[in-house]
Design a protein around this ligand. Structure first.
Ligand SMILES: *[C@@H]1O[C@H](CO)[C@@H](O)[C@H](O)[C@H]1NC(C)=O
Ligand SMILES: *[C@@H]1O[C@H](CO)[C@@H](O)[C@H](O)[C@H]1NC(C)=O
Ligand SMILES: *[C@@H]1O[C@H](CO)[C@@H](O)[C@H](O)[C@H]1NC(C)=O
Ligand SMILES: [Fe+2]
Length: 482
């Protein structure tokens, strides 16, 4: 191909691959069920005295340090940590060079009880007014016990700002969880989109629940103190424990993992949105009311109106329960939310929906199932170019183990599925292209397994692309697989 750039030829290659892909869809075949099996490490939590949960030395030293985005556009972070011996100050010193902390931010302290467990002193400090695309150093704690960390703010909101997100779900605190976390940290991704089910502390009883929340806070600090984790809540965050008279839902989660919900005009930390680089990220709560007229429904309706694809081309939804899943585990649990929100996802051309909950990996084609009503109409998923790709990454590695039984035969909507542990990355290149990988944990190695180019739903339908599609996919009708 004289004159063709390397990039053009790789685009052609991708299109060619998709041709093969789509042809097979038209022949009525579903996607791939990976036959990969690996020796699973036992699904048991790492013992509390393991160094994975090491508490820093020193009187009242800050522990369980984590950060999340603190505003709508990425010029603020919320820094949170726990002190065990006494409250101490909720103060962050920060600046743009190491060991020079020109600025100070003050926040608040909270604590709670769970049965007879008393939490440490949980500090939450909003550090705002930051510059975009800048490395900040920060210091928390007092005297000898003070600790120092750093983070990088995202580039300013721009349709072509490149950015690399990681996606982790259902992490827990087993040896498999540690492997996932270590692999994620090698990925070079800049922010975690967390698909719910954090610590699995609710698998314990009485005071051990709080203790396992603490160990998980220590566990993730190696990453979460240095880059934001964007939280969404799963069923293991609900913690409805009548047997010990603890029935306030999400008590531990809400005390420990603050979110910037006010910045997106939400009335609850459980659902909210942020914008980061070229992405608009909507976080939903699978376990809060979402039917018509509820606060979450009203908020989402308004939030979709605030999405501006000219500024943030990438529209990503994060939730716990998958809407399309072909595993025996949790099959159809997402139906109620699908009935309420799926048509909005099509209308607003959401690019991708990330979920967890099912302890396996699965990716759908672009499909929808909205042309039915309770009395009649078509009631099965069909190829739909306006639909998002649905990706389930509930395979972080918690103590419940893998969901190894997929429904057979593989439904037409399912493009790829594999029951092993791992995490995903979404590397946004510009307004039209993002590279996606799912990375399997393979006996301690990170192996990129399911990879594809995600085309932006708003921008990728430009003239050049239409022309290419016409030439190469003339007779193909069906889902765009990526
Ligand atoms: C929070 O900490 C304060 C100070 O130690 C203590 O008096 C109070 O009882 C704690 N509250 C809860 C809910 O644990
Ligand atoms: C339900 O579906 C039937 C058949 O497609 C259609 O005639 C009817 O108008 C639909 N009802 C609603 C409320 O959409
Ligand atoms: C976007 O990135 C893709 C992949 O890197 C590249 O092929 C394409 O030319 C880029 N588009 C623009 C408008 O820069
Ligand atoms: Fe779950």
């Amino acid at each position: 191909m004289p004159g063709a750039t390397k990039m053009q030829s790789s685009v052609l290659q991708v299109i060619f691959t998709s041709f093969v892909f789509l042809s097979s869809v038209n022949n009525g075949y579903a996607g791939t069920t990976s036959t990969f099996t690996r020796k699973e490490w036992p699904s048991i939590d790492i013992p509390l005295d393991n160094e994975a949960f090491a508490v820093p030395e020193g009187y009242n030293a800050p522990q369980q340090v984590h950060i999340t985005q603190g505003d709508y556009d990425g010029k603020a972070v919320i820094i949170s940590w726990v002190t065990a011996d006494e409250p101490g100050p909720s103060r962050v010193q920060y600046g743009i060079s190491k060991n020079r902390y020109d600025f100070t931010a003050e926040g608040k302290m909270t604590n709670y009880t769970m049965y007879r467990y008393k939490s440490g002193f949980i500090h939450q400090v909003l550090v705002d007014g930051l510059e975009h695309d800048t490395k900040y150093y920060y210091k928390i704690g007092n005297g000898e016990s003070a600790r120092e960390f750093w983070f990088q703010t995202p580039p300013k909101i721009d349709p072509d700002a490149p950015y690399k997100f990681g996606i982790i779900g259902d992490l827990g605190q087993t040896y498999n969880s540690l492997s996932t976390l270590e692999h994620y940290m090698q990925s070079g991704a800049q922010t975690v989109l967390f698909a719910g089910d954090l610590a699995y502390a609710d698998r314990y009883q009485y005071n051990d629940v709080g203790i396992r929340w603490d160990s998980w806070g220590c566990f993730i600090e190696r990453s979460a103190a240095y880059q934001p984790w964007i939280w969404s809540a799963g069923n293991h965050e609900i913690e409805y424990f009548p047997y010990m008279d603890e029935v306030i839902p999400f008590k531990s989660y809400l005390h420990r993992y603050p979110t910037p919900y006010l910045a997106s005009k939400s009335s609850s930390p459980l659902w909210y949105a942020i914008r980061r680089a070229s992405a608009h990220i909507i976080v939903l709560s699978s376990y809060s009311p979402f039917v018509k007229y509820t606060p979450q429904w009203r908020w989402l309706n308004e939030e979709f109106k605030r999405v501006n694809r000219e500024k943030t081309p990438w529209l990503i939804v994060l939730m716990h329960v998958p809407i399309y899943n072909s595993n025996e585990a949790h099959f159809m649990e997402g139906e109620s939310m699908r009935a309420v929100f799926e048509s909005w996802f099509l209308k607003h051309k959401v690019d991708v929906v990330f979920a967890g909950h099912v302890h396996a990996y699965e990716r759908s084609y672009r499909i929808s199932n909205v042309h039915y009503n309770v009395s009649s109409g078509q009631h099965y998923p069909v190829p739909d170019k306006s639909a998002p790709v649905y990706i389930t990454v509930g395979d972080g590695g918690n103590q419940e183990g893998l969901a190894g039984r997929f429904r057979d035969p593989q439904p037409d909507y399912s493009a790829f599925r594999e029951a092993s542990y791992g995490h995903s990355t979404l590397e946004i290149r510009n307004r039209t292209h993002a590279l996606y990988h799912w990375n399997r944990n393979d006996d301690g190695n990170k192996v990129a397994t399911d990879s594809f180019v995600l085309r932006n739903q708003y921008w990728a339908s430009n003239r050049r692309r239409r022309k290419l599609r016409k030439n190469h996919l003339r007779s193909v009708v069906g889902p765009i697989a990526y």
